[in-house]
Every structure is written in structure tokens, then in C-alpha cells.
Design a protein around this ligand. Structure first.
Ligand code: HEC
Ligand code: HEC
Length: 629
């Protein structure tokens, strides 16, 4: 062993090197406050190692970026751990940078002869911020995509050369694939290279001048090894432990794949850029450049000038005052931004929706069909659970409500003179459409179901009691409301059966039969049966029922086919005919959109097999789709 070391030393001089590295003098003894530099080297090493592993699985293109990160997070062995470490260590670095900068300024470590090294440190800080900014885009998920677009747009607002700068950052006139490849090259190539180069210079300079000791006479001199190394190691391990706790507890979130066609209002930069985001709000429109460039430029300028300002005792104090002021401003702005978001119902709903989409796309990706050649976004685009609410909110919520909301879980509000009020619907609430509950309410309290229409108008004329005092409303109040419980249940069961859907608990055959009889002939007390107004071809029967008249044809009522036909053309003869007051959607929605909306209203979407509850329990293994009809 000894001979081998001697051999190596003779060829390389490694002993001197090690000695040089480890036995650096620390006058005044090892201190906890000197650890920040080492922790940054440590965290950066973690980033290099985890980054290398991420790189092995990452694929930078708009078609594959999200999919490859999904693979890392959910398929690759310990991929979630590697990604989680990378994600949270990046954030730890920002905190450590701030601490390091504070310590250097407070200790006056920027003063001669260390000015250049201080500047090197500031450059390192900018490189780390650049790494954070570029890294945020790489998963190509909604939040990264939209938050980064804000940044490249700001670049586009640069005076004179804006368009050119934006083109440079975004990789072309449009923000997209080339932005991603460019950011990846910066994130995994140029910036780490620069960081290593500047870090080497920084450490070399630091070793040249030694540590800055505020009052060296306090304690005996010590050496880097083992005194300071011990303290450094303790803090590094504490940081690693904190990061691990975050990884296990929260994990690095992967949002839904970026969708350029959607207006994503939940986009926010990472928390450490929130203060900038908030500050920009105070510089609207053409003043944006002042917030985005001038103010940060001035602050950076002041930081770079600190070594000169700090030459005098007063200047040094001013510098310390300035960083504390800066810190307070950042914390204050961040707080204002968070506070505004907490109180913003629209933002919170958008965040909740973003989480739903994120969970859902993973659910779909893990489904037996998995991510096809068209990518993960296509999964969401073809998913009734995801698209149904959006289509409802866009097309139907102008009149209908869905359990009181717009389908996406948001209230529809109107602001009059600064006061927010919830706007009520002008047509029925379709949240429970087709369920037993719905059918029962149509029969027993029709005027209540249709009450919202009283406030609606059609072709400029108010609807008034068009529906709430029609013949069905009459029947419902005179007979429907007074039905015996089993009579009502029987009709409900019969109508529910017409939809061909599955119900929990399952439909009762005896009740269906009794219901059909009631429907056709009524009872001794109620001679006016449903059939006297409604035509129907009972499911599976050879002939249509006799009867029909003023009411809509109820054949297949509540089935996907009926719903599609109704929404496409509610004024058709078999539906509301001349009494119709709802616009038809045949030309307003594509066939695919109609399918998504109808499947959603029927709760006919992919449900993972391992879900607890009736849906999961009843399905045989390996069958993906519970057929709703
Ligand atoms: C302009 C207002 C308006 C819009 C928009 C609208 N509806 Fe309607 N809807 C009505 C009215 C009024 C009725 C009552 C029956 C009629 O007039 O045909 C109705 C009836 C219905 C019914 C039958 C159940 C019931 O309440 O009678 C369904 C189902 C329905 N609408 C679904 C939809 C869907 C799905 C959309 C969106 C694609 C939609 N509606 C958009 C006004 C509207
Ligand atoms: C006196 C005639 C009449 C009788 C009897 C009658 N209905 Fe109706 N029904 C109507 C009319 C008319 C409408 C359309 C609502 C309107 O125009 O006000 C309607 C609407 C409905 C609807 C909503 C259809 C849709 O497209 O949204 C259902 C469901 C329904 N009736 C079920 C029944 C059942 C079940 C019975 C028997 C228990 C029954 N009706 C008895 C006339 C009648």
C-alpha cells in the first residue's frame, strides 16, 4: 500500500495536493457559519449525479419529454427518488445561495483582496438561477410550459432587440419544440459547464486569499481537516435529510402534459421567482420592462459594486442594510403573491383542476392501453372524465348547472359594482341527469326541476311559465307528487331500464314490470297514464307501446343515444318539438366532442381496476371499460 502511494505521489505529487486541500489553515477556528460554501459544492454534486441519471432516461422533444419524465417518475426503478432529489436539491441550492451571500456580505468577505471572487460568486448565482429556469421547462408539463412562456415573453419585451432576444430564447418565432431543445442544451450542457468553470475559479481564488475572519483572536487556529470538515459534513447531511423528507413526503409533482391550446390560468413560477412575478404586477403594460429589466439590473449592479462601497465602515454597514432590505422585500413580495393566490377562488379552482388532470393522465398512462404513439396529451384529449367538464362549462353552463356549478367545479359569478354574486342557471341542473334521483324528481316535482327556466328568455321573450305550467308540470303536481312510494319507485325503475345503463344497486326486475304497467295504463285513481301523452318503444319489445301525444317520445330515455340525439336537436319531433327552447348542438360541437360530453354525463370513462368501491369491485380482472350502455 505504502509503496503504491509512494509510486503515485512521485508521478503526480498527490500528497502535496491532498495536504494543500485538507490542511488549509482556519485562523480563529472552525465555525458553523463557514459551512455554506461547502454545502453548495455538496448540493451541486448531487445535482450532477442525479442529473446524469435523469439524462439517461430523458428525451427532449415535445412528443416525448413528458412521456420520458413519466417513465422516470412512475416506471423506472427508483426514478422517483432520483427525480425527487434533483427537484428538491435544486430548491435547496437557492436557499443556500442566499445564505452564503448573506454570510459573505455580513463578514465583509467581499473586501480587498477578494473583490474578484465576490463577483465570481455573483456570476455563479446567476448561473444557478439560469439552471432553475431552464430546468422548470424540461418535464414539458402544464405548469413548466406556461410559467416559462411568461419568461420568454418578458425577454421579447426587451427594448429594440426584443424580437431577436425572444427568438434566441425560444428557438424561433414560436414557443415550442425548439425552445425545449434549446433549454435542454443550456440546462445539461452550457450552464453546468460554465458553473464548473466558474466554481473552479471561485474555489481557487478563495484558497488563495483564505477565509475571511471577522475577529481572528477569539479562538485558536484550526485546520480545514478535520475541524471544519466535520461541521460541513453535519450540515450537508442535515440538508440531504431534509431533501429526502420532502421527496418521500411530497415527491416531485409532474403536471399534465403541456397543452398549448388550453388557457392555463394556474401557471406560476417556482416559489423562489414569485417575488419577481409579484413585482411585475406593479409594472403593467409598457412599464413591464422597468420591472423585468431595470429594477433587477439596478439591484444586481448594486451587488456588483458592493466591494467598492464596502471599503469604508459606513459603506459596509450600508451594504449589510441593503441585503437585509432586499431579503425583506423578497419575502414581503412572495407573501403578497401567495396571499393573493390563497384568496383567489378562480386560481384555486384552476390549481385543483390541474391536479385532477395530472392524476388522471397518470391513471390513463397506467391503464392497459397505455400511452400510444400519439403521446400522453392525446390520452387526455380522448378522455370523457377530463374533457366532459370542459365541454359542459363551455357549451351548456350558460343555461344549465352541474350540481350547482359550471361542470368544472366553479361557481358562475357576476361582478356588479365590485360585488361578486353567484349567477343561477336558466335551465335544469344536469348534475344527476339520468340517475334514479333525476327521474324521480322529473315525475314527482317537475315544476321544481324546471323552475330555473322561468328566468330564461327565448328570442327576446321571457320563458315565464312555459315549462312550469305545461301539461307535464300539471300532471306532476296533481298526480306525480301524490304517488305512493312503490308506485313512484316502479316508474323510476322502468324508465331507468330504458337507458340500458348499469345502476348501483342493480335494477329490480319486478319493479320494472310494475313500472311498465303503471306507465301504460296508470292506476284506478290515476287514469291519465304516461302513455296517454308519451310514446315509447320499450327496450327489447317487438312493438312500440300504444299511445303518445303531446309529450316527448321517451324511447331509450337517458341512454347515450337518446342524449346525443336530444342535445344535437332538442327541437326534433320526438323530443320537445315546437315547445323546445334549447339550441341544438349538431353544428356547434364535433361528433367527438359530443361523444366526450355524453360519456361524461353518463359517467362512462376509464376507471382503474384497483379503485375501491362498487366500480372497481364488480369488474373482472383485465377488463378496462365498464360499459355504461
Ligand atoms: C340557451 C340555454 C341552453 C343551453 C346553452 C343548453 N340547454 Fe339544455 N335545455 C335548455 C332548456 C330551456 C331545456 C328545456 C327543454 C327544451 O327547451 O328543449 C333544456 C333541456 C335539456 C335536457 C333535457 C333535460 C331537461 O332538463 O329537460 C338536456 C339533457 C339538456 N338540456 C342538455 C344540454 C346540454 C348537454 C347542453 C350543452 C351541450 C345544453 N343542454 C345546453 C336550455 C339550454
Ligand atoms: C298530460 C300529458 C303527460 C302525461 C300524463 C305525462 N307527461 Fe311527461 N311530459 C309531458 C310533456 C308535455 C313534457 C314536456 C315538458 C313540457 O313541454 O313542459 C313531458 C316531459 C317528460 C319528461 C322529460 C323529457 C325530457 O325530454 O326531458 C319525462 C322524463 C317525462 N315527461 C316522464 C313522464 C312519465 C314517467 C309520466 C307518467 C308517470 C309522464 N311523463 C306523464 C306530458 C305528459
Amino acid at each position: 500500500m505504502q509503496t503504491m502511494l509512494n509510486w503515485l505521489d512521485e508521478r503526480t505529487g498527490i500528497r502535496d495536493l491532498m495536504h494543500e486541500a485538507l490542511y488549509e489553515r482556519i485562523p480563529g477556528g472552525a465555525r458553523w457559519r463557514y459551512v455554506w460554501g461547502s454545502t453548495l459544492v455538496f448540493t451541486f454534486s448531487i445535482q450532477m449525479i442525479t442529473g446524469m441519471f435523469l439524462w439517461m432516461a430523458y428525451s427532449p422533444s415535445t412528443q416525448t419529454a413528458w412521456e420520458s419524465v413519466y417513465y422516470i417518475e412512475h416506471v423506472m426503478q427508483y426514478g422517483w427518488l432520483v427525480r425527487g432529489l434533483h427537484h428538491f436539491t435544486a430548491q435547496a441550492m437557492i436557499v443556500l445561495l442566499a445564505l452564503h451571500l448573506m454570510q459573505v456580505i455580513i463578514d465583509g468577505a467581499y473586501r480587498a483582496p477578494r473583490e474578484v471572487n465576490f463577483w465570481l460568486g455573483l456570476i455563479l448565482m446567476l448561473i444557478v438561477l439560469g439552471l432553475s429556469l431552464t430546468g422548470y421547462l424540461l418535464p414539458w408539463d402544464q405548469k413548466g410550459y406556461w410559467a416559462t412562456q411568461v419568461a420568454t415573453n418578458i425577454a421579447g419585451g426587451t427594448p429594440m432587440v426584443g424580437a431577436e432576444v425572444q427568438k434566441l430564447a425560444a428557438g424561433g418565432p414560436a414557443y415550442g419544440h425548439h425552445t425545449l431543445t434549446r433549454f435542454f442544451a443550456l440546462h445539461a450542457g452550457l450552464l453546468p459547464f460554465l458553473l464548473i468553470a466558474f466554481l473552479a475559479l471561485h474555489i481557487w481564488c478563495f484558497r488563495r486569499h483564505g477565509i475571511t475572519v471577522p475577529n481572528p483572536n477569539r479562538a485558536p487556529e484550526a485546520y480545514f481537516w478535520p475541524d471544519q470538515v466535520l461541521k460541513d459534513a453535519v450540515v450537508c447531511l442535515a440538508i440531504l435529510a431534509t431533501v429526502l423528507v420532502l421527496v418521500f413526503w411530497r415527491g416531485a409533482e409532474l403536471g399534465a402534459p403541456a397543452d398549448p391550446s388550453e388557457n392555463f390560468s394556474a401557471a406560476r413560477p417556482e416559489w423562489y421567482f414569485l417575488f419577481l412575478f409579484q413585482m411585475l404586477k406593479y409594472f403593467p403594460g409598457k412599464y413591464e420592462m422597468i420591472g423585468a429589466m431595470v429594477v433587477p439590473g439596478l439591484v444586481l449592479g448594486a451587488l456588483f459594486l458592493m466591494p467598492f462601497i464596502g471599503r469604508s465602515k459606513f459603506g459596509h454597514r450600508a451594504n449589510i442594510g441593503f441585503v437585509f432590505l432586499l431579503l425583506a422585500a423578497c419575502v414581503g413580495l412572495t407573501y403578497i403573491a401567495l396571499d393573493a393566490d390563497w384568496k383567489n377562488a378562480g386560481y384555486n379552482a384552476a390549481v385543483a383542476q390541474a391536479h385532477r388532470d395530472a392524476t388522471r393522465v397518470v391513471e390513463l398512462a397506467k391503464s392497459p392501453s397505455g400511452i400510444g404513439p400519439t403521446g400522453a396529451l392525446a390520452l387526455l384529449k380522448a378522455d370523457p372524465f377530463t374533457q366532459g367538464p370542459r365541454l359542459f362549462a363551455k357549451n351548456c353552463a350558460t343555461c344549465h348547472r352541474h350540481n350547482g356549478k359550471d361542470g368544472m367545479g366553479k361557481d358562475i359569478v357576476q361582478i356588479v359594482k365590485g360585488v361578486e354574486t353567484i349567477v343561477a342557471g336558466t335551465a335544469s341542473d344536469l348534475g344527476k341527469f339520468g340517475s334514479r334521483e333525476w327521474i324521480k324528481s322529473v315525475i314527482t316535482e317537475f315544476p321544481k326541476v324546471f323552475a330555473p327556466t322561468e328566468t330564461a328568455s327565448f328570442e327576446g321573450k321571457p320563458l315565464g311559465k312555459h315549462f312550469t305550467e305545461g301539461s307535464m308540470a300539471d300532471w306532476s303536481t296533481t298526480h306525480g307528487a301524490k304517488l305512493k312510494v312503490d308506485e313512484a319507485n316502479a316508474v323510476v325503475e322502468f324508465l331507468a331500464d330504458q337507458s340500458g345503463r348499469e345502476f348501483t344497486p342493480p335494477l329490480d326486475k319486478a319493479l320494472i314490470k310494475a313500472g311498465q304497467e303503471f306507465f301504460e295504463v296508470g292506476t284506478n285513481e290515476i287514469s291519465e297514464s304516461c302513455s296517454s301523452c308519451h310514446a315509447m318503444h320499450v327496450r327489447g319489445a317487438p312493438q312500440p307501446l300504444e299511445g303518445g301525444g303531446s309529450g316527448p317520445d321517451l324511447t331509450g330515455y337517458g341512454s347515450a343515444k337518446w342524449l346525443t340525439s336530444f342535445v344535437n336537436n332538442p327541437g326534433a319531433k320526438q323530443h320537445y318539438g315546437k315547445r323546445n327552447r334549447m339550441p341544438g348542438f349538431e353544428k356547434r360541437m364535433t361528433t367527438e366532442e359530443m361523444r366526450l360530453l355524453v360519456d361524461w354525463m353518463q359517467e362512462n370513462w376509464y376507471k382503474p381496476l384497483d379503485l375501491p368501491g362498487p366500480q372497481g369491485a364488480e369488474m373482472p380482472q383485465g377488463v378496462a371499460l365498464p360499459a355504461g350502455h
